[in-house]
Ligand binder design. Structure first.
Ligand SMILES: Nc1ncnc2c1ncn2[C@@H]1O[C@H](COP(=O)(O)OP(=O)(O)O)[C@@H](O)[C@H]1O
Ligand SMILES: [Mg+2]
Length: 165
């Protein structure tokens, strides 16, 4: 397969089971089959929608796909590379290219961090990969981003709870 044909992501028979404990000894008495045999490919530029009732396993699939949860079974390939076969350090680097954006802002944003510091964090984590190498340059860029998404500059110093959902 050449590069143009290799899917960006290819998952095969992905499974994630969670143990159910019970009884007086709190032993493992079964499993929740949160994700059970999911396969699909995503090509560059393609969008895939995953739809289903609450608790059907959408978030678990996302986490297993990123190996945030080790999958119970199946494989995940990112640009043709099986995530199971790569060293932790490389997986950490790949995580910069594969991200989960959580839907609920109240659950995913640190309530003690201002919007400015939340937005600055990725620039600090990815230092060396962009030109925003001083606090001043980062602030200018963050103000530009806020403007681009239609938020006022005053949002920079606000906290997540000060916004509506
Ligand atoms: N860390 C966990 N431990 C045990 N069970 C879990 C865990 N995370 C999710 N589950 C269970 O897995 C199933 C799928 O959950 P989830 O992936 O969050 O569904 P969705 O995102 O589609 O609402 C649910 O039954 C949920 O209770
Ligand atoms: Mg979910």
């Amino acid at each position: 397969m050449n590069d143009a044909q290799t899917p960006l992501i290819s998952i095969k028979n992905l499974q994630k089971y969670f143990p159910i404990h019970g009884g007086v000894l709190y032993r493992r008495i079964g499993n929740v089959h949160a994700v059970d045999g999911v396969s699909f490919d995503v090509r560059k530029g393609e969008t895939i929608g995953l739809v289903g009732e609450s608790g059907c396993g959408k978030s678990t699939l996302g986490k297993a796909l990123l190996h945030l949860h080790p999958p119970t079974g199946g494989t995940v390939e990112f640009e043709g590379v099986d995530l199971d076969t790569i060293p932790t350090q490389r997986l950490r680097e790949l995580r910069k290219e594969m991200q989960m954006i959580f839907q609920d802002p109240m659950e995913s944003l640190n309530p003690r961090m201002s919007v400015g510091s939340i937005l600055e964090e990725p620039f600090i984590i990815h230092k060396g990969e962009h030109a925003f190498d001083t606090a001043e340059k980062r602030k200018t860029e963050i103000l530009r981003i806020l403007h681009e998404v239609g938020l006022p500059a005053s949002a920079y110093d606000k906290y997540p709870h000060e916004f509506s959902g």
